[in-house]
Design a protein around this ligand. Structure first.
Ligand code: F6P
Length: 553
């Protein structure tokens, strides 16, 4: 067993190993009521986990002993929780819209937060009203958000998820990838004279975003926008305003974020400008209110009924008991189809770490591999493995009782499938049940013998469900904050810094060097590649050879 877990919990896990979920349900008729927790309209059902009251009590004791309450208080009070970069982590302040102060080094950050939000509101409202104009007075009608990682995934996922609330708003498109196909796809069919680019980058130094910014400037010029008219088509959201100005963005078009806003937690800052344009500032403010409601719940609810805390501890429990080191996020709502991708960055960039707060290599597993897909599509791709494969996978189902379309029957069937999947994973189908089924189907004894092992479902496969009445802006804000705070809790328990991301740096530098080398090779220069391994050398030379072949044709 993993040495990370307290001995009492390990001993309990050994006892629970023989415990089957169907038996737990049979023994406890009120299991759903006991092992579910609510926050406003969000319901977390975790009864389909192999756990008991004792499990929960042991997990909560462990969280107390790990100093979770102190860590939580530190997070909300401006302590530099990002200790490798000496930064506070104050994204909860961005949705803290009452009159209260939030102090960082004795200075209230809230006036600045309110000022930027007021600017976002004004700009988004004006854009939607056709009042943001090109130099010739023509209204700008299209918005293209250029950004990557946290400056892309949240805004894109949210704009898509809340599209029913933005029917009256302009189309908003997103570009993130350095593959030029992404940029060209995003501007396809748009008129330069009517297009605004939102350049979203906390650092304004991210290669993808700068490359796409340069492409946008060229595209505007080629589309007939004169040099002096360019600033009308550009807005930046950044913590590095001077760098944005170097690209010709005027100070009045620069929205500020701060170093205490982590990129993957930045959707609720001015990085959310494109969301506010898409769905209207009122709906964006409802999202902020939802996230704030979850923050308040996280701060004040006792740990056993604290939704982010419970969800986080369940993740640790499933690691210990089931050996599950991957987490499948399965939203049964088409609007949330980008939610797994969004959460991948939020979780894996936060807790995909191996050094603890003492600077030591951890001797235990940390952040899970997070993946997922929208239901019911996922049922026809990887559910086979979930039901009958050999991997232990932690699963979060997410579902909304009501959909947004007029196709009510579709939604009913979608929900029936979500309910069926979590039940079947838990229950399985025993050899005796399968045999009876096959006999009823008229199969011979010989055929039954041959097919039976393939038709058995072992069951006893746990899952959580997050259920809500409808995917409103408020509920989506809560859902996002639920996972943000869950990730924070797990980081505390694993003793890692959830707010830095040094692991993305090395590859960026290596790419810059390889770019120079590939350009020189393409130009016919002799380049010493001896510092690369033979695989990298071989691949690079093959790329160049095929590029040269192509250019001859
Ligand atoms: O992938 C690394 C990263 O720094 C993320 O943390 C961040 O969200 C993304 O790049 C984009 O960064 P920026 O907003 O500074 O362009």
């Amino acid at each position: 067993m993993d040495p990370f877990f307290p001995p009492a919990l390990q001993a309990h896990a050994r006892r629970m190993a023989a415990c089957a979920l169907p038996a737990l349900f049979a023994a406890e008729p009120n299991r759903f009521a006991r092992f579910s927790v609510s926050c406003h309209d969000l319901l977390l059902d975790y009864s389909k986990n192999r756990l008991t009251e004792e499990t929960l009590a042991l997990l909560i004791d462990w969280a107390h002993a790990a100093g979770l309450e102190q860590a939580r208080a530190d997070l909300f009070s401006g302590v530099r929780c990002n200790w490798t970069e000496q930064r506070a982590v104050l994204h909860p302040a961005l949705r803290h819209l009452g009159g209260q102060a939030v102090y960082l080094d004795g200075v209230d950050v809230m006036p600045g937060v309110r000022q930027q939000l007021a600017r976002v509101e004004q700009f988004a409202t004006q854009f939607r009203a056709g009042e943001i104009r090109a130099a010739d007075g023509r209204p700008l009608r299209h918005l293209v958000n250029i950004g990557i990682g946290g400056s892309h995934l949240g805004p894109e996922m949210i704009s898509q998820a809340l599209q029913p609330y933005g029917q009256d708003g302009p189309e908003v498109r997103f570009v993130s990838n350095m593959d030029g196909a992404d940029f060209l796809g995003a501007v396809q069919g748009l008129q330069a004279a009517e297009t605004l680019f939102v350049l979203a980058s906390k650092t304004f130094s991210t290669r993808e975003t700068l490359l796409n910014t340069e492409a946008a400037l060229r595209w505007l010029r080629e589309g007939g926008v004169g040099v002096s008219a360019l600033p009308h088509h550009l807005v930046a959201v950044t913590a590095a305003p001077q760098r944005a100005q170097a690209y010709g963005i005027t100070p009045d078009r620069i929205f500020t974020i701060w170093d205490w806003v982590g990129g993957r937690y930045s959707w609720c800052s001015a990085i959310g400008l494109s969301i506010a344009v898409r769905i209207g500032y009122g709906h964006f403010a409802q999202m902020l209110a939802g996230a704030h409601a979850m923050d308040c719940h996280f701060q004040s609810a006792p740990l056993p009924v604290n939704m982010p805390v419970v969800l986080a501890l369940l993740g640790l429990w499933s690691r210990l008991l089931e050996g599950a080191d991957t987490l499948a996020i399965l939203p049964y709502d088409h609007a949330l189809r980008r939610f797994p991708a969004y959460l991948q960055q939020c979780d894996m960039e936060s807790n995909g770490k191996r050094i603890d707060r003492d600077g030591q290599v951890v001797g235990y597993g940390t952040g899970p591999v997070l993946w997922g897909e929208v239901g019911s599509n996922a049922q026809h791709s990887f559910f086979q493995l979930l039901h009958q494969g050999t991997h232990a996978v932690a699963i979060d189902f997410i579902a909304c009782a009501n959909g947004h379309t007029s196709l009510h029957d579709h939604h009913q069937e979608l929900l029936a499938n979500f309910l069926a999947q979590s039940e079947v994973l838990m229950r399985g189908r025993s050899p005796a049940e399968v045999e009876a089924d096959l006999r009823a189907d008229g199969l011979s004894a010989e055929e039954i013998l041959r097919l039976l092992p393939h038709r058995v479902f072992p069951g006893n496969r746990p899952s959580n469900t997050v259920l809500m009445p409808c995917l409103t802006p408020f509920n989506l804000g809560m859902l996002i904050a639920l996972y943000e705070m869950k990730i924070f809790v797990q980081g505390v328990m694993w003793r890692v810094n959830s707010f830095d991301q040094w692991g993305v740096e090395l590859g960026k530098k290596a790419a810059q060097r390889l770019l120079q080398e590939s350009r020189r090779l393409l130009a016919g220069e002799v380049v010493d590649l001896g510092h690369h391994d033979s695989s990298t050398q071989g691949l690079l030379r093959q790329v160049i050879a095929w590029q040269k072949d192509q250019s001859k044709n």
